[in-house]
Ligand binder design. Structure first.
Ligand SMILES: [Zn+2]
Length: 292
């Protein structure tokens, strides 16, 4: 992916480029931090990259790139909210997005719905949007922007992949930890599939000496285990499809629930300043105990 003149922190660039170039970008993306203009510019650039017809995406020269830039691409819709004004995006607008998302795209492989300054959605609007984020049609992608993750409900956050636009906001700095925590979470859950305690201990090593990462990795694991537990009824859509399906196929529902409880206890104990090495040992042992 080609970022042109856009100023972005290198880590975010690398991560975004990797997901766009490999075609694994989540169906719903949240852009936070930076200025409103920076967020908007990146949202538009991302839409261009997703639909660009050239090899080096976005080329900014093909018909698709030009139409998006001019705001006339039939498969790209932009909803503009006002930051912090929860009624600036109307419920009717979200309902319209929902019904349009089920219609086949006109000329692109999928439709892109951009919601700028998504804090312009109140609770009712966010709930309405959540329904489609949870079970998105194959042909719909969503790009949301907002100043801070805190602007949106946890339920929405659990369905989007967030990227911080720039490093200078406190929010962005806080998020730099997240990719590592998420990686550790995925690696530990993957090791669970082997059902071998020493594999789990090995992968948990990534969480050594960093309590914040430990907690956010465990939170991420809980979300994925929850997705695995409901997988038979509600197929998971997102970045970790293979992993979630693997967990659902390897463990019973009761085991998946027991693991979530175990992780919740560990998060609570981490707050109480329990010894860090002990926490890691308990993580490996506790998870193993859930399926032995
Ligand atoms: Zn192009």
């Amino acid at each position: 992916m080609n970022f042109g003149k856009l100023q972005l922190n290198e880590e975010v660039k690398k991560k975004l480029a990797a997901s766009v170039d490999s075609g694994t970008l989540s169906h719903a993306v949240l852009l936070t931090g930076g200025t409103e203009k920076e967020r908007k510019d990146l949202a538009v650039l991302l839409a261009q990259a997703l639909l660009c017809e050239a090899d080096e995406k976005p080329c900014l020269k093909c018909v698709s790139c030009k139409k998006i830039k001019a705001g006339i691409h039939p498969d790209v819709s932009i909803t503009q909210g006002e930051a912090g004004k929860p009624l600036s995006i109307k419920i009717e607008t979200i309902r319209e997005i929902r019904s349009r998302a089920y219609i086949m795209p006109n000329e692109a492989p999928f439709q892109i719905f951009i919601i700028l300054e998504a804090s312009g959605m109140g609770e009712v609007q966010q709930d309405a949007l959540l329904k489609i984020l949870e079970e998105p049609p194959q042909t719909a992608r969503f790009i949301l922007t907002t100043r801070s993750r805190d602007d949106l409900r946890q339920t929405i956050l659990s369905r989007v992949t967030a990227f911080a636009v720039s490093e200078d906001s406190g929010q962005a700095a806080g998020e730099k930890e997240n990719p590592k925590a998420a990686q550790a979470a995925i690696s530990i859950l993957t090791s669970l599939l082997s059902r071998k305690e020493y594999q789990i201990i090995l992968s948990a090593g990534a969480l050594e000496k960093d309590r914040k990462r430990f907690k956010s990795a465990l939170e991420k694991m809980i979300l994925l285990l929850r997705d695995a537990a409901v997988f038979p009824y509600k197929p998971y859509v997102g970045d970790n499809e293979k992993l979630v399906a693997g967990l659902a196929g390897t463990f019973t529902q009761a085991q998946l629930l027991a693991m979530q409880d175990e992780l919740k206890t560990l998060i609570a104990d981490a707050d109480k300043n329990a010894n860090e090495n002990l926490l890691l040992t308990r993580l490996a042992m506790g998870l193993t105990a859930c399926f032995q």
